[in-house]
Design a protein around this ligand. Structure first.
Ligand code: AMP
Length: 290
């Protein structure tokens, strides 16, 4: 695996690879790699494609300074895992890779929902660094995890707005044996695994409710209260939204996802699942469509 720290070297390397007909598969990460990240690497490794992974803890997307400072940094282990996984290039930009947000970009409605409500500035920070990467790398494909589904929608919009040729591949969330979405933040709450487990359990329960005759939307509050009663510090959101644009459901057929975010012992976690068949909202009830 080639380790590159300088932009110029990366640019030259990419130009060279393209001369040999290689396509660039890019995976942006913040490091502290786990099996979720590595599943993206696995999928990005294809004949005639170069698997390029970046590790950069982007300060702009942290709305909380302490969270940024405490974010786990494990570069040596990450490097080892990536070479074991046979990634082709690891790009490790300096901390000054990006210092300010793009100012003239309208993030749109999707960015004001879910994580956009209580993480002020988060998505502007995300698109700012992704735009920087897009301009530098011009990847053919970008591999993202559906765990951060809202982010995939916002990045897709950014790509279309700036007319990049990059196509996004959204890959399934990797979970542990307890159904918990693997995340760098889980390790901060080791002693409360049973609480973390309530997140996927709630998503699955609501999905089952929808499938078994419908789900009264007002029951969302009941689920939130239940979670907080069981010891979850705060449910930041629990919503069923359209996959396409994160809008609320209505009488029109749409594919939907159930989204949750909760804070446990000061650590903010997110998760979501797809309802595999189309749904409609009638009389305050989410129902399957035939
Ligand atoms: P991060 O390092 O948290 O910025 O994540 C980098 C990429 O890995 C993002 O596209 C995430 O959605 C993806 N990712 C993180 N956790 C998982 C997981 N458990 N399963 C699949 N993809 C993941």
């Amino acid at each position: 695996m080639l380790l590159i720290k300088k932009e110029k070297q990366l640019k030259d390397e990419i130009t060279n690879l393209r001369k040999f007909g290689k396509k660039i598969n890019f995976i942006p990460t913040m490091g502290n790699l786990h099996s979720g990240h590595l599943s993206l690497v696995e999928k990005a490794k294809k004949k005639d494609h170069v698997c390029l992974v970046s590790i950069f803890v982007n300060q702009l997307q942290f709305n909380d300074k302490v969270d940024f400072r405490n974010y786990p940094r494990t570069i040596e282990k990450d490097q080892f895992l990536l070479s074991e996984q046979k990634a082709d290039i690891l790009f490790l930009p300096n901390s000054d890779f990006i210092s300010k947000n793009i100012s003239n970009y309208n993030l749109g409605d999707e960015s004001r929902k879910l994580c956009g409500k209580d993480r002020k500035g988060h998505f502007l920070g995300v698109v700012s660094v992704i735009l920087r990467f897009l301009k530098l790398i011009e990847p053919d494909y970008m591999f993202l995890g559906e765990k951060d589904f809202q982010q995939t929608i916002i990045i897709n919009k950014l790509i279309n707005f700036y007319n990049f040729k990059t196509k996004i591949k959204v890959l399934p969330t990797i979970r542990n044996s307890k159904g918990i979405a693997i995340s760098s933040r889980n390790q901060f709450i080791k002693n409360e695994v049973s609480l973390i487990q309530l997140l996927p359990q709630t998503l699955i329960q609501i999905k089952k409710d929808v499938e078994n005759g419908g789900f009264e939307i007002k029951k969302i509050n009941h689920y939130k209260e239940l979670l907080e009663k069981k010891g979850i510090e705060k449910v930041n959101y629990l919503e069923i939204l359209k996959v396409k644009n994160l809008e609320h459901l209505n009488q029109n057929y749409s594919m939907a996802r159930i989204f949750i975010s909760a804070t446990i012992s000061g650590v903010r976690l997110i998760d979501n699942i797809l309802i595999e068949r189309g749904v409609i909202l009638v009389g305050g009830k989410v129902e399957m469509c035939d």
